[in-house]
Design a protein around this ligand. Structure first.
Ligand code: DUC
Ligand code: ZN
Ligand code: ZN
Ligand code: ZN
Length: 483
């Protein structure tokens, strides 16, 4: 059975042109004029783009005493409903747990996926076992390792562990990721705030000012440079962190930054809401920032200093958020966004003129496909590519509401916002999974996407190593010791 997507405008990260797309056997088999297929999808007036890739989700993840509420079923349904056709989730070993053990847990959970997926592996502690298992993880097609510089006493790794793991990544052709916040400072500030009776959700933001993020981003960049490895910084929320990434890139270092749709579109005034639930539902790390930081992130996407827009989808119900009544440090950190990432970015980015449609495709799909070394199988409209396609209707609109979302939680941080630019069709490896808002996806259709380690292109460009390579100095006059 073949499917032809007819009469639309193809938009890739490079160019736009009018053409039909013929899909068969899960792949794009032809691009051209007047193509014929068994099934016809009318794309007139629409943009035909590579399906979104969300490089940052936490589905059914054990975290802060509970589990994130969306699993691979509801999470990937939400993804597809919003035009995202692949997610990269974090396999998270608890400290002391082996990486392969954690991977088995994620393999089991992900059998429910409605769209394709891959994993990043988190390094939450360091040992010979972790060092050894990293190789096996890479052999299984997981070539990215996440490190938390925050969550002291839980997931945080120290600088010695960070340096050891980054060096191991360099050996394996893998890319380290960092959650960049100074966990020691966050812990100190949190304790001070609580001692002063500041225990509401707004104190969460006070405990994690932009400086803790800027400091950690700079530190991670320097440690990666010394390890000779590229670096991907997740959820860049502020100018301090963006500035560090900009400077590193300008100096020729291979560093990428990932802002979230939430940080681009929601600001810190949310925490001043007198309704405890409203504020707590928006507690995530890093927290929302002010307008100046948002402007910095938008500018970075346009200028290319920031590369990918993600969600960090880590959804908790209102009941779960209430674990933190009386102590903001116990509010499970995280917000949803999987279903809303593309429509929100289109509405507030493309429709406002801040991003071109090509830039939209680059930051929602193509850039991350290249970084993860799965381009052009993913992130492309090309003959031979997987038919992961979103047909986006720029005139289709809705008001975001928890009542109509796929996510399992009871609210939506974008509730009441109008989005214009919604999928008419979404195809997941050729399977029509969404038609004008109606889902026809299939549990278990999603497949694991193994990623080959990067070749020489992944080498960091810093000249630090050559300039300071240890050289033993030959000396003739060596003084007698110990006199
Ligand atoms: N931040 C969150 O808000 N949730 C999950 C993990 C993280 O780093
Ligand atoms: Zn994080
Ligand atoms: Zn995260
Ligand atoms: Zn289902």
């Amino acid at each position: 059975m073949s499917t032809v997507i007819k009469g639309g405008t193809i938009v890739t990260a490079d160019l736009s042109f009018d053409a039909d797309v013929l899909v068969e056997g899960g792949r794009i088999v032809e691009i051209g004029q007047n193509l014929k297929g068994d099934e016809v999808l009318d794309a007139s007036g629409c943009y035909v783009m590579p399906g979104g890739i969300d490089p940052h989700t936490h589905l059914e993840m054990p975290f802060m005493g509970t589990y994130s509420a969306d699993d691979f079923d509801s999470g990937t349904r939400a993804a597809l409903a919003g035009g995202t056709t692949m997610v990269v989730d974090f396999a998270l070993p608890s400290p002391g747990q082996g990486l392969l053990d954690a991977l088995q847990m994620w393999d089991n959970k992900s059998t429910r996926a409605h769209c394709d997926y891959s994993f990043h592996m988190a390094v939450t502690w360091w040992s010979e076992q972790v060092f050894n298992e990293m190789k096996e993880v890479v052999d299984r097609g997981i070539t990215t390792f996440k490190h938390f510089m925050a969550y002291k006493g839980a997931l945080m790794v120290n600088d010695d562990e960070l340096f050891a793991s980054f060096q191991r990544c360099a050996e394996l052709g893998a890319i380290p990721l960092v959650h960049a916040e100074n966990g020691d400072v966050v812990a100190e500030l949190s304790a001070k705030l609580l001692a002063a009776g500041n225990n509401g959700p707004e104190a969460h933001a006070y405990s994690r000012p932009p400086q803790v993020e800027g400091e950690a981003t700079n530190r991670a960049i320097m440690i990666a440079d010394m390890a000779g490895v590229p670096l991907y910084v997740v959820h860049v929320s502020c100018e301090e962190s963006h500035e560090a990434i900009r400077r590193a890139r300008q100096a020729g270092k291979r560093v990428w930054g990932e802002p979230l749709i939430q940080h681009l579109t929601l600001d810190d005034s949310e925490y001043a809401n007198p309704d405890w639930d409203h504020a707590a539902r928006r507690v995530m790390s890093p927290p929302f920032r002010n307008k100046a930081h948002q402007d910095s992130l938008w500018a970075g996407l346009a200028a290319g200093s920031l590369s990918c827009v993600a969600t960090d989808h880590c959804a908790f119900t209102t009941d779960q958020k209430r674990y933190g009544v009386g102590d903001f440090t116990k509010i499970p950190n995280g917000t949803g966004g999987l279903e809303d990432r593309l429509p929100m970015l289109w509405t507030q980015g493309v429709a406002t003129g801040r991003l071109t449609p090509q830039e939209f495709v680059a930051v929602t799909s193509t850039n991350i496909a290249k970084i993860l070394n799965i381009y052009p199988r993913k992130g492309a409209i090309l003959v031979g590519a997987d038919a992961d396609i979103v047909v986006l209707d720029p005139n289709r609109e809705k008001v975001i509401s928890a009542k109509t979302q796929q996510s399992a939680i009871d609210y939506n941080v974008f509730e009441g916002m109008t989005v214009k630019g919604l999928p008419r069709f979404v195809l997941s490896r050729g399977k029509v999974s969404v038609t004008e808002g109606a889902l026809s996806s299939e549990e278990g259709h999603g497949q694991f996407v193994a990623r080959p380690p990067a070749g020489p292109v992944s080498k960091a460009l810093s000249s630090w190593k050559e300039l300071t390579a240890p050289r033993k100095v030959e000396r003739s006059g060596i003084p007698a010791s110990g006199v």
